[in-house]
Write a protein that binds this ligand. Structure first.
Ligand code: CA
Length: 228
């Protein structure tokens, strides 16, 4: 993997230092900021490949930052939260984050998640659904999915999930298989995470093409992608 520049936004000095050491040891370039208001100016002048973003920050919260950054960028964002029960609430907010890590975490786990998210963001450059290519186009270089030529505005994680399904149309994937494809370490990812992402993808597809269903749920089994 080429050297990726990771921006770590964390105001707890000990955690920041520990993570920075680990990430640098793994060969990443890692910059640390300890205030929310420093993030956007930093991103404007530096080329980063991933952001590790703590939620509780001085000046501007991680949630607010995540929303702001998503308005103009698909850069992968991993949110750091202090409470595992908060993750469901965060998913509901549709912040566009790519993953969530709950404190206390092991630096090893964080490094594994960072690598998994980076791997997803550097997948092969294009996949098109075999039957009718113009209907759905997936451009992995920029995580852009177009349905009938219209941008679906998927988050990176939604895009990756859709890509897994589209690559093997009509194959039924269990939630477990989808989690394995999406998350290297899925211990803290619940079934509901996949369901929640699928729901959002379907809603976005339906907003462009309400008369056709692309992602089919098979109760008790999982999901498949099929174009009628
Ligand atoms: Ca904090």
């Amino acid at each position: 993997m080429q050297t990726a520049h990771i921006l770590l936004v964390e105001d707890e000095t000990k955690i920041a230092q520990l993570l920075q050491d680990y990430l640098q040891h793994e060969g990443f370039v890692c910059s640390v900021l300890d205030r929310g208001d420093l993030v956007e100016p930093f991103l404007a002048t530096h080329n980063c490949q991933l952001i590790l973003l703590d939620i509780m920050l001085p000046a501007i919260s991680g949630l607010e930052l995540c929303k702001r950054i998503r308005q103009s960028s698909h850069i992968p964002i991993i949110l750091l939260t202090a409470r595992v029960e908060e993750i469901d609430r965060l998913l509901g907010l549709e912040l566009g984050a790519d993953d969530y890590i709950c404190k206390p975490f092991s630096p090893r786990e964080v490094v594994a998640r960072v690598k998994a998210v980076l791997r997803r963001s550097t997948l092969p450059t294009s996949v098109t659904a075999p039957e009718k290519p113009p209907v759905l186009q997936l451009d992995k270089a920029c995580f852009q999915a177009k349905l009938h030529g219209q941008d679906l505005a998927l988050t990176a994680v939604e895009f990756s999930l859709l890509a897994v399904l589209v690559e093997q149309p009509t194959r039924i994937f269990s939630r477990e298989q989808l989690m394995n494809a999406m998350y290297q370490d899925h211990r803290v990812v619940s079934d509901r995470t996949i369901d929640s992402h699928i729901k959002k993808i379907r809603r976005k597809m339906a907003s462009i093409c309400p008369e056709q269903e692309f992602i089919h749920a098979l109760y008790g089994v999982g999901y498949k992608f099929e174009m009628n």
